[in-house]
Design a binder for this molecule. Sequence first.
Ligand code: MN
Length: 352
Amino acid sequence: MRTTILSLASFALLALGSAARAQQADTLNTRQQHIVTIAAATALGDIGNLKTSLVRGLDGGMTVNEIKELLVHAYAYCGFPRSLRALQTFMDVLDDRKAQGITDTAGREVSPVDDPRDKYTRGAELLEKLSGTPKDAPKTGYAAFAPIIEQYLKEHLFCDIFERDLLTWQERELATVSILTALGEGVEPMLKSHAAISLRQGITEGALCQMTKIVNGLKNGDPFARGMLMRDNPNFTDKAWLQGYVAPEDGFDCSVSSVTFAPGCRNSWHSHRGGQILLCTSGKGYYQEKGQPIRLLLPGDVVKIAPDVIHWHGAAPDSKFTHIAIGTQTDKGGVTWMEPVTDEEYSGFEGE
Ligand code: MN
C-alpha cells in the first residue's frame, strides 16, 4: 500500500482554499528535516538511524530539551514503548557525546501555563484553532462511540502536551505526519487529517512530499536517500538534491556526499583537481568523459574519475538517479566547471 501524501495533501488544499496557504518554503529547512528523521526513526524503532538523527539534530542546533519534547510528543502517536526506547537512546547519545568532550545545550525549559480553566475546555479550544473544526460540532465516529477517548484527547493530548511551548504547533504536526507515514498501513485516516492540519499550519505540499521521501528512505533501509533541493545551481540543468556527509574541511583529504538527479537532469562539463569516485545507489544514470561514448550507470556501478579528466554525470531521461560522490585528494583543489551539456550531447547515448 503506497498512498501518496501528495494526493492527501491535494485533497486538503482543495478543502482549505488558498487563504490558508501562507508564503512558506516549498522544502523542509534543516531543523524540520531533523524533526522528520528523529520522529520517524522513533516510530520505526530504528535505533541505528535514531542515533544518527539525534546526533545530527544536536549538531544542527536543536537543544536537548527540544529533542526530549519531540520524543515525548511521539508517545501520543506511536506508544510509550517506542517513546521510552527513544528517550533511552537519547540518554546514551548524550553520554557518548559527553565522554567525547562535546557540551550539548540544554536549552530553555517549558513555560508555565497560567490558565484557570479546566483541561477539557483548553484542549477543545486549542484543537479548534489547530484544525479549524468548530469545538462544539456534534460528536461522531469514535468520539460518540467511546467518549472517554475523546476526553483523553482533549484533556491530555491537546491540553497537557500541545500547550507545552518547546515545540511549535507546526513542528508537532510535522512530527506527527512523519510518525504516521512511518507507521504506514492502517493509519491512513489519521495521516489524511494530520496532513490537512499540517497544511493549515503552513507546511507546504512540497515540504510534505519531501517528508514522505525522507521517511520512505528510512523505511526502505537507504539512509543516504535524502537531501536538500539545490536552488538556482547553474551547473545543473534541472532539480537535484544534495546531502553532504564529509566536507574537505573535516581533514580527511576527501569529501563525501549523496546527489540525486531528477530524470533528465545532468551537471555541466567539469573536472576535479584531485579526482572523484561515484558509487551508484539507485535509479539509472549517465556518465561521459570528453571524447568517449556515454556510459549507462546502474545501482552498484563504480566510476573512477582520474584528476583533471573532463566529464559530466546525471540521470537518464526516464529515471531519477542517485550516487554517492567521493571527492578524492581534495587538498589538491576543487571542481572546475565548464559549459553545460547540450541536449544534443545528452541524447547521444547509444545503448549498451
Ligand atoms: Mn564529477
